[in-house]
Design a protein around this ligand. Structure first.
Ligand code: MN3
Length: 200
């Protein structure tokens, strides 16, 4: 069965007062995210990859030089499926205590984590993502190019922020650090992050 564009878990204007406009979500979800899904379906149709999940396709294509076109589409389809749930209206604020304890243990402080996340996101050259993931039981921040995500590296995905220009150019123009700061302070759904940590 072909992949379908999932609805946003909130209305298109729900994040506007938290620093992500209705116009950004119209472009980013309805056009960009939809394009990844449409192109993935086109590349899979009629091949022996039909019927596989996005997660399976990401793992299968990541290291296959002949399938990078498909990898780009399926990884970006999955990344955005997850990304919308990592934000919520009036997000940010305090973390659930069990998550904060882990963050403080591995980054020294919540502020230390935010600085590491913002620096990795701002420092990712060109298009990509910044992630919070776990490596051998320790929380880590990593930046990845294009559609690469922690699944490709055999790791869990706790939080991700899209740093492609299409994610911030309407609201922040060229100011990626301001977009990242707003993401951490006003958009992140920390309960979602804590839930991922508890089940991964
Ligand atoms: Mn995007």
């Amino acid at each position: 069965m072909a992949f379908e564009l999932p609805d946003l878990p909130y209305s298109h204007d729900a994040l506007a007062s938290s620093g992500m406009s209705e116009e950004t979500l119209q472009y980013h979800h309805d056009l960009h995210h939809n394009a990844y899904i449409t192109k993935a379906n086109e590349l899979i149709a009629g091949t022996d990859l039909e019927g596989k999940s996005l997660e399976e396709l990401i793992t299968l294509t990541y290291n296959d030089a002949d399938k990078q076109g498909l990898f780009n589409q399926v990884s970006q389809a999955w990344n955005h499926n997850e990304f919308w749930h990592m934000m919520k209206p009036n997000g940010g604020g305090a973390m659930p205590p069990e998550l904060e304890t882990r963050i403080v243990a591995d980054f020294g402080s919540v502020d230390g984590f935010k600085k590491a996340f913002s620096a990795a996101g701002a420092g990712q050259f060109g298009s990509g993502w910044v992630w919070l993931t776990e490596e051998a039981g320790t929380l880590k921040v990593i930046g990845t190019p294009n559609g690469v995500n922690p699944l490709c590296l055999g790791r869990n995905t706790l939080l991700g922020c899209d740093v492609w220009e299409h994610s911030y150019y309407i609201d922040y123009r060229n100011k990626r650090p301001a977009y990242l700061e707003n993401f951490l302070e006003k958009l992140v759904n920390w309960e979602n992050v804590a839930g991922r940590l508890a089940t991964s």
